[in-house]
Design a protein around this ligand. Structure first.
Ligand code: SR1
Ligand code: MG
Length: 419
């Protein structure tokens, strides 16, 4: 086995030129391939390889966190977990993730379909572009992958084998545990924030109810090994065209709460909502876009819940909520009632995760372009302060808020001065 070595645009044609998975799709002489490194995420190398016949993506893990540098080592095995999560996602929701053409565990690289003309959803959000199908596509993806990875669909052996496999993804789970649930709530070394935001940060960090809520969400993240979660489902992990939605980058995959992916994605829709004011050239210019974002928030949840109910009725082949105890009992409504209780619990967790994700994208290490692209701090600060305010309410009051409560709050927080 060849020792791991990061690829470069210069070495890639020679190193992968003999690989049929690449050569047959790219075509021509490898020496004539055009190779561009386009990785703009926090962790990995991503190459587009183009040739006479077509193009592929080569994604390779680096042995450290790209965003920070080699002072923060990170195991290469995240590529293994990404490969296995992508394979499961493709099975549960066919066509919603890029096809994998080749996986090399030793080189920590995955060759996959080049999604083109797709763009990262977050870029679309900054540009105010509507994607009418996104809410439905993502609601279905969430329901199908989360249901399919759980003991609602799997028998005990299959579920525990996967739980054990993904339990090895410790380094990436550790990143989430620190960056999402703890660092934002104290002056951690890696934190950063927009200068001038301090008057809004101090009261948050002094807020006992919030600090407890954040730790309760961390408790849920660590201990509720309910299903295989994508683990990093934000607007940068979705690629879109007007017609298509693709979900990428599940290297943070692990067994966690049903509500985690749901909450992370919804938080990113709300961050986009509050960021819009910073992208307007005149007041109200993005009103219609804001309305679409909140509509998408509702679509994601509504479609998720409907599909989850459908799968509950038609694909509940696992060890939980057995038909012998529910449908086959004299009390035939019991199954629907049980499903409603499970969904209510997922929503409560999702609401808590919305809160912490909104906070960490403003107070922690990893920020979002929606807000970072607002170059004038005087315009960015009110956007961030309003997002922090909604995040606090979501985390602390998660037991009593409905989806409409959240979007009503978003609208009303937008109308009043940031506090
Ligand atoms: C050190 S990694 C920072 C963030 O980037 C990833 O995309 C995850 O969101 C992680 O929290
Ligand atoms: Mg990523």
């Amino acid at each position: 086995m060849t020792a791991y070595e990061p690829l470069t645009p210069l070495t890639l044609p020679h190193r992968l030129g003999g690989l049929d998975a690449v050569a047959s799709r790219v075509g021509g002489d490898p020496a004539s391939w055009s190779v561009e490194e386009v990785g703009d995420g926090n962790l990995n190398l991503v190459f587009i390889v183009r040739g006479a016949a077509g193009s592929v993506i080569v994604k390779q893990a680096l042995p450290y966190v790209r965003l920070v540098g080699d002072s923060w080592p990170l195991p290469l095995n995240r590529s293994f977990f990404e490969f296995h999560a992508l394979s499961r996602h493709a099975r549960h929701d066919p066509g919603r993730v890029p096809d994998i053409f080749h996986f090399d565990e030793g080189q920590a690289l995955i060759v996959m379909r080049h999604l083109t003309p797709h763009v990262i959803f977050r870029k679309s959000v900054v540009n105010g572009k509507v994607h009418p199908k996104l809410g439905r596509d993502m609601g279905l993806f969430l329901a199908r992958t989360l249901f399919g990875g759980s003991a609602l669909a799997l028998d005990g052996t299959a579920m525990r084998k996967d739980l054990a496999l993904f339990a090895e993804n410790t380094a990436l789970s550790d990143i989430t545990e620190n960056l999402v649930f703890s660092d934002p709530y104290f002056p951690a070394k890696l934190n950063r924030h927009t200068p001038g935001l301090e008057p809004f940060i101090a009261p948050l960090r002094a807020d006992r109810a919030l600090r407890i809520a954040a730790q309760e969400m961390k408790h849920a993240f660590v201990s509720k090994t309910e299903t295989l979660v994508h683990g990093d489902l934000h607007s940068g992990s979705i690629m879109v065209t007007a017609e298509d939605t693709q979900v990428i980058d599940p290297e943070f995959a692990m067994y966690g709460p049903f509500g985690f992916d749901v909450g992370m994605l919804l938080a990113n829709i709300l961050l986009a909502f509050f960021a819009q004011a910073g992208h307007e050239t005149r007041d109200g210019e993005r009103d219609a876009y804001r309305a679409w974002l909140l509509e998408t928030f509702h679509d994601i949840w509504t479609v998720f819940a409907a599909e989850f109910r459908l799968l509950w009725r038609t694909a509940r082949t696992g060890i939980l909520y057995e038909a012998s105890v529910l449908e086959n009992a004299a009390d035939t409504d019991g199954s629907d009632a049980a499903c409603a209780r499970v969904l209510a619990g997922i929503w409560r967790d999702a609401t808590g995760f919305i809160g912490v994700e909104m906070h960490r994208r403003i107070l922690g290490l990893a920020h979002v372009e929606d807000l970072e692209a607002i170059s004038d701090p005087a315009r960015r600060i009110p956007c961030e302060a309003r997002a922090l305010a909604l995040g606090r309410i979501a985390a602390v009051e998660r037991m009593s808020l409905s989806p409409s409560d959240i979007t009503d709050l978003a609208r009303s927080i937008l109308q009043r001065p940031p506090a």
